[in-house]
Design a protein around this ligand. Sequence first.
Ligand code: CTP
Length: 404
Amino acid sequence: MTRTSWLQNRHIVLGVTGGIACYKACELTRELGRRGALVQIVMTEAATAFVSPLTFQALTNQEVRISVLDAKAEAGMSHIELARWADLILIAPCTANTLAQLATGQASDLLTTLWTASECDKAIAPSMNQQMWKHVQTRENLALLIDLGVAVIGPDSGIQACGDIGSGRMTEPMEVVNTLESQLARGPLAHRKVVITAGPTYEPIDPVRYLANRSSGKMGFALAAAASRLGGSVTLISGPAHLETPSGVARIDIETAQEMLVAVENSLDDTDIFIGAAAVCDMRPAKPSTNKLKKSIDNLSTIALTENVDVIQAVANDRRRPTLVIGFAAETDSVLENAKEKLLAKSLDAVIANCVANGDIFGLDNTQVTLIQNDMENPLTPGTKAEVAMEIMTFISKFLSKRI
Ligand code: CTP
């Protein structure tokens, strides 16, 4: 399996402004979709003269947003919510006029309003006549935007739609997307592949009943979100969990331990870091019934169990072993001792130990863990699972850089 695209599940506002290169924005929309991005198109009025909003609606299955004063659209997701939703605003094609508005902080339509209202990553693919591109005012506007951290993709040189030859053609859609992937995947885990298991597994007894455990999946999801924010290309293999997929994360849903093993094995190529945060059921009913078992004591008191495979141990022993294999140890007593035993028994690089006495950690938003490697015990600051996950991933990224 190839490396997960950094764009996977990223929320992207694609701004389309009025120039002949609008037609390229259609192919760009498709390519972003192919790489798993969730795309909301925002057009300027001028852009609608070049390509119909219906084209983009068909490509994204989403209504195109044009006006900030659209009461119906605002009632769904207001422009401020949309600004918060976006991980990236990409304006392609970006005309000289829009470029000037962005550089001077104007908020004269929906697109420029979103741009000024959002703290997300920003990128533009300029498209204009070569003379406009060379104009001193355009150069100054561009310098201002670069100074603000905006990624500028292109433009390319060549024959222009107007017949001029020079710089100003919008970069080809495939190249725009490739550049986004390489420029925006920043952080200590940029270009690193991280696979994380999360949640419980359900082991069927019959079509209605199953064996499971109390795991909510929150810690694994928080780790996936943190790894993605640190620039990693993240695959999250999750048992049943009622949680939203973190932005930038490719999610694979499974139910049983056996399905989890298959998904993990299919994802293992080129993986740098594997984290087993799932609470995998150690046992499963040996012969799940295809019919619902009737409530007779004979039926329900003699369910034969068989052992499940140890997923993380299989990863640690795989010939494609990731550079770091990190496990969790959820314990009710002798927490650190038991965690150290698991570190050795499963050939792990580190174990994150947490106390689950009284089941008082499951489903909560706060946690307290100790990171254990060989002889080192490192108690982390207690906090929300999101905060602790970020501390764990920051630690792991430093650990990885020492190993490679
Ligand atoms: N794990 C796994 N596959 C299993 C069991 C556990 O991948 N079948 C992983 C978990 O994801 C975790 C680590 O092993 O990273 C330790 O899991 P835990 O449930 O604490 O320990 P067990 O090995 O199941 O041992 P025990 O239940 O006896 O404590």
